[in-house]
Design a protein around this ligand. Structure first.
Ligand SMILES: [Zn+2]
Ligand SMILES: [Zn+2]
Length: 232
């Protein structure tokens, strides 16, 4: 499995990618390209994916973590490929209608843990105030969990996935600890380690303290960068 950060405000690994607030990760598996979130602006999503050598028209599945604009605005760039879009169940009235309006006709509302493809699952958290869902992709016997903003709390989300039987070894995405007190970042990273997570790739709204603690606990294997491809 390979995954490329194609939308974030992180410094870029290669020349020509535009840094912007939001999150999108392109994931390639044998025989499948999928997208987790779509960033804020369609033109930036298109430009960054092209620069990273990725073709958005090949995307078959899109998983939307939650409907905040910094995760959904770029979806307009995908309409021509006609992918199936999986959206979280919860309080997101009108999301499906908006997706249809911008040309995405295949929309599936996820109400429980669901297998999208061999070794690819979505897990929803509709009980949270801002309901969100995460993507789980299996490789080498463990799972990489992709998270959008972690509004329900990343420790809670990973804990639930572990309860559901997923051996979560790696967490990639927004951990929503930017601007939070130090003790929260520290306790969260320690709890993730206790839950069996070996590696963190904090992106988007994670904050610098998470990076420091992940590094301290030996969980930061690679530096988070825009337009960089990682292998798992
Ligand atoms: Zn959000
Ligand atoms: Zn966000």
């Amino acid at each position: 499995m390979e995954y490329t950060v194609i939308y974030d405000d992180l410094p870029s690994f290669i020349e020509g990618c535009t840094r912007d607030f939001g999150l999108s990760v392109h994931i390639s598996l044998e025989g499948l390209s999928l997208l987790f979130d779509a960033g804020s602006r369609p033109e930036v999503l298109l430009k960054n994916s092209r620069t990273a050598g990725l073709d958005l028209s090949k995307i078959r599945l899109v998983v939307v973590s939650h409907p905040h604009t910094d995760h959904t605005g770029g979806l307009k760039a995908l309409a021509s490929g006609g992918p199936t879009v999986y959206v979280p169940h919860g309080q997101h009235k009108g999301l499906q209608e908006w997706l249809n309006l911008i040309g995405l006709k295949e929309v599936v509302v996820v109400k429980g843990v669901r297998e999208l493809y061999r070794g690819v699952y979505v897990i929803p958290f509709p009980e949270s105030q801002i309901s969100e869902q995460a993507l789980l992709v299996e490789s080498g016997g463990g799972y990489t969990m992709f998270v959008g903003c972690s509004h329900p709390g990343v420790h809670y989300m990973v804990g639930r996935a572990v309860e559901e039987g997923f051996k979560v070894e790696r967490v990639v995405g927004g951990l929503h600890l930017s601007g939070q007190p130090e003790y929260k970042a520290r306790a969260t990273v320690m709890e993730l380690k206790r839950l069996g997570v070996k590696e963190l790739l904090p992106l988007h709204c994670s904050g610098d303290l998470v990076l420091q603690y992940a590094n301290l606990l030996g969980m930061l294997r690679e530096k988070p960068s825009l337009c960089k491809t990682y292998r798992a």
